[in-house]
Design a protein around this ligand. Structure first.
Ligand SMILES: [Mg+2]
Length: 269
């Protein structure tokens, strides 16, 4: 897709994220809005996944480690045709499979995630399997900056370099906030680029809302042969809705009717 087409998609995706979170009266609003442009580029321009190839052993794998922002993933998967969008009207309802974290019961979702700090390990294992089986697929995982201090991430990062997993790309949705506070005040990870480099990764830093920068980064994979790649995407939590941007309370805040209508005005084209 062109940058203009992607921008158009992101407006629709943001409106849908809010629509279904409001409908469910639950959800992770701020983080879904911070990562949606990344998911947009991944699913529309990068991944070779479709409803037709969802079972193909050669499909690319996307594993969303920050599972709690599953609403962003749901609206993109619905748009791609993995399931009818009307399914999302059951979000968080009794007996619905569309719960607040990804599960493999949903078409297009590779792994159950959202116990934080697990997605990178799962991705490393999957990337190793591709190497062992001499498969051409690539593995992408989205990490939150709030989950990065989990020790399992850094064990996985070491192994990824050890096994020269240049078929692996991690993207960090670096919005600077987590549930209770700014990440820097909880357990800071800066300078993040230097840390990943020291662990043997090739690093690129982008504006996570700039489609050209995201496309260029994904096009350049792997950044160095024989090394895993990480894209540090600087993002804004709550991006696109003025009163949500960089506001801690919107980690899992649900807009009331008036707030929702204001958001839709701001997200009109
Ligand atoms: Mg965060």
């Amino acid at each position: 897709m062109t940058v203009n087409e992607l921008a158009h998609k992101s407006v629709q995706y943001r409106r849908n994220i809010l629509k279904y979170i409001v409908g469910a009266n639950a959800g992770h609003t701020g983080g879904s809005l911070s990562c949606i442009d990344i998911l947009n580029v991944l699913y529309n321009n990068v991944l070779n996944i479709s409803p037709e190839t969802v079972k193909s052993p050669d499909r690319d794998r996307y594993i969303q480690s920050k599972g709690h922002t599953v609403e962003a993933l749901y609206v993109v998967l619905a748009d791609q045709g993995f399931f009818p969008e009307s399914d999302l009207e059951t979000l968080c309802r009794y007996k619905s499979h569309y719960i607040g974290h990804p599960t493999k019961k949903i078409s297009g979702i590779e792994q159950n995630t959202g116990s934080l700090g697990h997605g990178l390990s799962l991705s490393v294992g999957t990337a190793i399997s591709a190497k062992l089986d001499e498969k051409p697929f690539r593995v992408f995982t989205l990490l939150g900056d709030g989950e990065l201090p989990e020790g399992s991430n850094w064990e996985a990062a070491l192994l990824a370099a050890q096994y020269k997993l240049d078929n692996l790309c991690a993207i960090v949705d670096k919005n600077g906030l987590q549930i209770t506070a700014p990440t820097a005040e909880v357990c800071g990870t800066d300078p993040l680029d230097k840390k990943f480099e020291a662990f043997g990764w090739a690093v690129r830093e982008v504006d996570g809302h700039d489609f050209t920068q995201l496309i260029d980064a994904f096009d350049a994979l792997p950044f160095e042969p024989g090394k895993p790649s990480v894209i540090i995407a600087n993002t804004v939590k709550g991006k696109g809705v003025s009163y949500m941007e960089n506001q801690l309370k919107w980690h899992h805040g649900v807009p009331n009717r008036e707030q929702y209508e204001q958001a839709l005005v701001e997200l009109s084209e």
